[in-house]
Design a protein around this ligand. Structure first.
Ligand code: FAD
Ligand code: EPU
Length: 345
């Protein structure tokens, strides 16, 4: 289905007033190919979208937006695990609830993350001690140029912190059409993050973890249906250990998370908060008052308001800590994706 100059307001969780030349709702891999061919024939750029919860449109998109709406979940019981094959257009949070209702555990820490299941591998979604890679078995990808479908197993996806092969080698001309999850029957609760540590490991069940995660998220993160946002606007920066030690001398309370590779992850929200930026506004855009890492569309923000705010936040943090934040959010210009750091530098 296609229509000329369609509003994308309900297709980006920032709620920006943006339009595209054509919108295609694709509920099968074949429909994605048909829509892609239409954009190629018209010599127009295209972008595939899930729920638009990790994109910032910088201006009207002068091409076709293909919305992934591929549904379907199949479940296979094995001796030690449940195997799920999930259409890329299944909502992620509904998938988490679906598994728990069937008594299948393992996704509870990833509750309430907006977006489609097929988008989850792209930035290797993560929260409360778990990442998508921990439950991923495979990702099915359509090469739009050859129309061939390939299956990438977990090791081939090059997952990293908010990173995967789908942001690099397999970014352009590829559509994720399904994911495969492997959820072990033997449940090991992951309780090391935030308030989850208060739960009793001897008595806790997966629904307790789910409820605690939902509670923590709802207390800090704005609901995009009420206040436009894209979750964490910036990634948590990874820095060298010697730089972290220098910063810790000056700010001994600075949260630090040592990584297996020797780097140290800092909390971007804490860095922004230290610059007293909660509630700081540029035009209709603002830094969220409950979580400084979230930029919000407070009052009819334009893309330029969000970009100007992100630019200022980055400079305040850079000037104070000499740590330069990089957006987690993908920036989409009129013709396609733009380099986000370049746009806000
Ligand atoms: P979109 O924003 O629609 O797309 C993201 C990118 O992927 C775009 O570049 C798009 O072109 C591309 N893309 C989308 N679908 C496909 C496809 N099928 N094939 C190929 N390319 C595709 N993220 C976390 O990791 N952890 C969190 O805790 C978290 N919390 C959030 C809280 C809030 C309130 C919000 C608004 C966002 C949060 N996010 C979080 C970010 C976001 O939810 C995830 O990045 C999510 O996976 C994005 O899904 P989407 O379907 O909305 O993707
Ligand atoms: N902090 C502050 N002030 C703030 C915000 C945070 O001091 O305004 C401090 C907190 O007190 C805590 C630390 O910073 O000590 C980390 O904060 P939090 O636990 O809220 O997590 P985060 O690092 O801000 C990350 C992810 C979230 C994910 C949560 C929970 C990134 C970029 N963000 O946020 O993911 O939900 O951890 O695991 O890694 C997203 O990617 O969109 C997202 C929301």
């Amino acid at each position: 289905m296609s229509s000329p100059h369609t509003s994308l307001k309900s297709f980006n969780t920032l709620g920006l007033e943006i339009s595209a030349q054509a919108l295609y709702i694709a509920d099968t891999p074949e429909a994605i190919i048909t829509a892609w061919q239409a954009t190629q024939q018209a010599n127009l750029p295209f972008i595939i979208l899930g729920e638009g919860s990790n994109v910032l449109f910088l201006e009207d998109f002068t091409g076709g937006v293909i919305v992934n709406a591929i549904k379907g979940i199949t479940l296979e019981e094995q001796d030690e695990a449940w195997q799920l094959h999930v259409g890329a257009g299944e909502n992620w949070h509904e998938l988490v609830e679906y598994t728990l209702k069937k008594g299948i555990t393992g996704l509870e820490n990833l509750a309430l993350i907006p977006g489609m299941s097929g988008s989850a591998p792209i930035q290797n979604i993560g929260a409360y001690g778990i990442e998508f890679k921990d439950v991923c078995h495979y990702v099915d990808v359509l090469n739009l140029s050859t129309q061939k479908r390939v299956r990438l197993y977990r090791e081939e996806c090059k997952f990293g912190y908010r990173d995967s092969i789908f942001k690099h080698e397999m970014k352009d001309n590829y559509a994720i059409v399904a994911i495969g999850l492997r959820l072990a029957k033997q449940w090991k609760p992951v309780l090391n993050y935030g308030d989850l540590a208060k739960l009793n490991p001897a008595t806790v069940c997966a629904w307790d973890v789910f409820n605690a995660v939902c509670h923590m998220r709802q207390s800090k993160l704005p609901d995009p249906r009420v206040t436009g946002n894209v979750g964490s606007f910036f990634k948590n920066p990874l820095i060298a250990q010697d730089l972290a030690e220098i910063l810790l001398k000056q700010w001994p309370n600075m949260p630090c998370y040592p990584q297996a590779n020797g780097e140290v992850k800092l909390a971007a929200g804490w860095l922004i908060d230290q610059c007293n930026l909660k509630g700081y506004q540029v035009g209709g855009a603002a830094v969220h008052r409950q979580q400084a890492l979230v930029l919000i569309n407070e009052n009819h923000a334009t893309p330029q308001d969000i970009v100007a705010l992100a630019h200022q936040v980055r400079n305040y943090v850079g000037d104070k800590f000499n740590v330069w934040l990089e957006p987690e959010v993908r920036f989409i210009g009129g013709q396609g994706e733009r380099d986000a750091v370049e746009v806000i530098s």
